[in-house]
Design a protein around this ligand. Structure first.
Ligand SMILES: Nc1ncnc2c1ncn2[C@@H]1O[C@H](COP(=O)(O)OP(=O)(O)OP(=O)(O)O)[C@@H](O)[C@H]1O
Length: 786
């Protein structure tokens, strides 16, 4: 349709009217917001004047506290409503720019009239609050737009299914309140809009896909039935996008009982956190909590251990060699699996009878309760009780012992000496306490004794406090030493059922050395924490109602089982791609997404890839095992190219030429993707002398437009206009796991992909039919290869 068309003019007319109403609402809301803001400033300014402060009598103090509390609550309530109104204002401002993106004309069965439903990022009522000018994309009726082409259709309303017919389905591109494009579409969501969205340059922040959600993605977003939803989606199929839209949907659907604080997303790396940070705010929602699994483990164990990151493990795996290397790789595989989980559980049940290592309790340098006493007490408790329950009883018993000791200790000489070190405040405090209790008599000697008694009591209690805290936190169990026993003591040696690898003894030696160094390798961190929780109790997190795990293929079965225990009341959405499993354990163990998953779950498979152009998808799917199942979205572009060179000098020159070409094309994000960090540093060393370039390491939290160098595992989940594979040679990408890494790297490209190989190219490329890419052999430096 074009702008002179009658239909177009009348649609623009409607846009104008709706925008007019949006503006009215903005004016009204701004006035209300300004009033509340003034009131907040007012309350802050006069806070103390409006509070009755009187500290003379105990009753007055209580009254003052109540008055203070009331005033603070009043203020925070106002602040909250100010915050909410500001959010609403921001949403209205977005509607002012682009009020809606879709329309369906729906004739409900049994009704005479057809209703036009306009769909946008938020609902908007008309002036009299009678009719919807815009429906929120998450409203039940809006699902029609995503699920059906014109024709018979139905949707689930609150308590019934509504049937009817879609007569018109239309899409709009509206910017600055002007219709820029308008398409009637027969398909679910037409290709026009998708083409135009996907053809744009990549961004350093992920975009919301609300206007073009596809039917199969909508199933993920609106799924309400499953406790465990598993999404296997090929690279670029919109898993992460769907996950974020799902969060927005859940926040809308359950707005009475669910807030962003009840949702947590485990993401692959810190860079990714910032990459997706703007999607939800753009939709007028708050961001869910986000963390990486490493950050989570570090928050639990970081005080006691240095925890290897998965990326460090990956560097080790990709760069290492030799005997100890082979041992560790075996260990990585074994410790990822459920056999090892069983081994840990069996170990713990043996410990229920014997073998837990306790710590002595010491006070002022002296042993006051020995580990043997604690051990004896523990093992005399009813062994039908779980270990964590028994630990609680031990803790109670120890606290009782400390209490007895506290009294005995008060009369010792050291206490008197330390009373002299007490500060003035504490003296005053005790004085006040005596007064409050009406303890002062006329007899100064008695008063003196009472005061001294209280002072002594205070000194001892202060001194004992850290120890009591430790007892409450069950520090009297030496978890590390106990865990180590699994690897050193014969009586805990694995049985046949545990299926340990043949080099278990060597794995044990390596593990013990690391534990002694207070170093937890990535493969040991979760098992150790799992063991710790089995011993001390899980303290499960019941606040979290929805758990999202992105890049789920990178979690081992053991890690997942652990997360399930930690978040027992959560519904779980797992999103990932078997083809992008890049961690060493994946060669030994099933990834979470394999269809052999035992737990009851619902599975959705996404096979259409939206990120890359058709030639890039045709190329990348050709070297993956089930690649024929991947469907490209029909977006044209250049075929990927392979440049084979004979010397490093030519290689470097060709890469610089390629970068220049990409920059001239107008690409804003160009990534040189390497296999390892080591390789990334190497490239940076020579390239930074020639071009403006940034290197991304695992500490990177944000990235800007421009040229950057990044190892494949950090580029996970992210995309770039153009990707350059610095070294696609046989010596570099050869092993099976490197296939997935290579696939992950190549599939980051939206519009263009070039690979360089010094000598023979990777067998993964060589197996691809020649018509899928351009192959240049360069013997000397030329000007351009396109
Ligand atoms: N329905 C859609 N409409 C518009 N763009 C989409 C849609 N689905 C996916 N995309 C785009 O495709 C690209 C890839 O999406 P996303 O990153 O969510 O995929 P993914 O499956 O998580 O990818 P990967 O596993 O490779 O990291 C993004 O640019 C996203 O905006």
């Amino acid at each position: 349709m074009d702008p002179n068309d009658k239909e177009w003019i009348s649609e623009q007319d409607r846009v104008n009217k709706v925008v007019e109403e949006v503006k009215n609402k903005i004016v009204k809301l701004s006035e209300r917001t300004a009033k509340i803001k003034d009131r907040v400033i007012d309350i802050r300014k006069n806070f103390w004047e409006d509070v009755t402060v009187n500290l003379d009598e105990p009753d007055d103090i209580i009254e003052t506290q109540a008055s203070l509390k009331q005033q603070a609550e009043f203020l925070s309530e106002r602040e909250r409503s100010h915050g909410q109104l500001s959010e609403q204002l921001k949403t209205l401002e977005r509607l002012e720019d682009s009020p809606y993106f879709g329309r369906i004309d729906f004739k409900e069965e049994g009704e005479k009239d057809t209703e036009s439903i306009y769909i946008g990022i938020s609902s908007l009522m008309d002036k009299n609050e009678d009719d919807f000018l815009i429906y929120d994309w998450r409203a039940p009726i809006s699902s029609l737009y995503y699920d059906y082409p014109p024709g018979k259709a139905q949707f689930e309303a609150v308590d019934q299914t509504i049937h009817g017919e879609i007569e018109v389905k239309r899409q709009y591109i509206i910017r600055n309140a002007k219709i820029k494009g308008m398409f009637d579409t027969g398909l679910t969501i037409g290709d026009h809009l998708l083409q135009s969205v996907l053809g744009n340059n990549a961004n350093t922040q992920m975009k919301s896909i609300v206007a073009t959600i596809q039917r199969e993605q909508n199933q993920i977003i609106r799924n309400e039935k499953s406790d465990l939803l598993v999404v296997q989606g090929v690279a670029g199929s919109g898993k992460t996008s769907a996950a974020l839209q799902r969060v927005a949907y859940l926040l809308y659907r359950y707005r009475e009982m669910l807030t962003a604080d009840n949702i947590v997303l485990f993401s692959p790396n810190p860079l990714f956190n910032s990459y997706v940070a703007t999607v939800l705010p753009e939709l007028g929602e708050e961001n869910m909590k986000q963390t990486t699994f490493h950050q989570y483990l570090d928050s639990e164990l970081g005080k006691q251990f240095t925890i290897e990151t998965p990326f460090e493990q990956m560097e080790f795996y990709l760069n290492g060699s030799g005997d100890t290397y082979a041992d560790r790789v075996q260990g990585i595989g074994y410790k990822a699996g459920l056999d090892f989980k069983r081994l840990l559980e069996d170990f713990v049940s043996q410990l229920g009878e014997k073998g837990i290592q306790f710590r002595n309790l010491t006070f002022r340098g002296k042993r006051i309760i020995t580990k043997i006493e604690i051990e004896n007490y523990f093992y005399r408790l009813d062994d039908n009780l779980s270990i964590p329950n028994r630990m609680e009883l031990v803790s109670k018993w120890l606290l009782g012992r400390l209490k007895e000791m506290e009294q005995a200790e008060q009369n010792k000489d050291w206490v008197l000496e330390e009373t002299e070190l007490l500060g003035k405040d504490e003296y005053l405090d005790i004085h006040q306490q005596l007064q409050d209790e009406n303890m002062f008599t006329e007899d100064t000697f008695d008063d003196f004794l009472r005061e001294e008694y209280l002072l002594r009591k205070r000194v001892v209690s202060k001194k004992l406090k850290p120890l009591k805290q430790k007892v409450k936190r069950l520090f009297f169990v030496d978890i590390k030493k106990t865990y180590t026993k699994l690897y050193v003591e014969k009586r805990f040696a694995p049985k046949k059922v545990h299926q340990v690898p043949s080099n278990w003894d060597n794995i044990c030696k390596q593990t013990v050395i690391n534990l002694q160094d207070k170093y937890l390798t990535w493969e040991d961190a979760t098992p150790f924490l799992y063991f710790k929780k089995l011993m001390l109790g899980f303290n499960a997190n019941r606040l979290i109602q929805h758990l999202f795990i992105d890049e789920a293929q990178d979690y081992s079965p053991l890690q997942f089982a652990f997360l399930r225990k930690m978040f027992p009341s959560s519904r779980v959405t797992l999103l990932g791609d078997i083809n992008q499993a890049i961690y060493a354990h994946a060669i030994h163990e099933e990834t979470l997404l394999s269809d052999k998953m035992k737990e009851k779950h619902e599975r959705i498979t996404l096979t259409r890839s939206y990120r890359s152009t058709k030639p890039i998808v045709e190329f990348t799917k050709s070297f993956m095992e089930h690649g024929h199942l991947i469907e490209p979205f029909n977006r044209e572009g250049e075929k990927p190219q392979l440049v084979e060179v004979e010397s490093t000098e030519i290689l470097n020159e060709k890469i610089v030429q390629q970068i220049n070409e990409y920059q001239e094309t107008g690409y804003e994000t160009i990534a040189i993707i390497t296999k390892t960090m080591k390789e990334a540093k190497f490239v940076y060393q020579w390239l930074s002398n020639r071009l403006e370039v940034k290197i991304m390491d695992e500490a990177a939290h944000t990235f800007q437009k421009g040229l950057l160098i990044i190892p494949a595992y950090l580029a996970k989940g992210i995309e770039f206009d153009a990707v350059i594979i610095h070294n696609a040679s046989k010596s570099h990408y050869n092993k099976e796991l490197e296939r997935n890494l290579f696939y992950t790297a190549c599939t980051r490209a939206m519009h263009d992909l070039s690979m360089f190989s010094l000598g023979q190219p990777s067998p993964f490329i060589e197996q691809i039919s020649k018509d899928k890419f351009k192959h240049y052999k360069v013997h000397a430096i030329q000007k351009s290869n396109r």
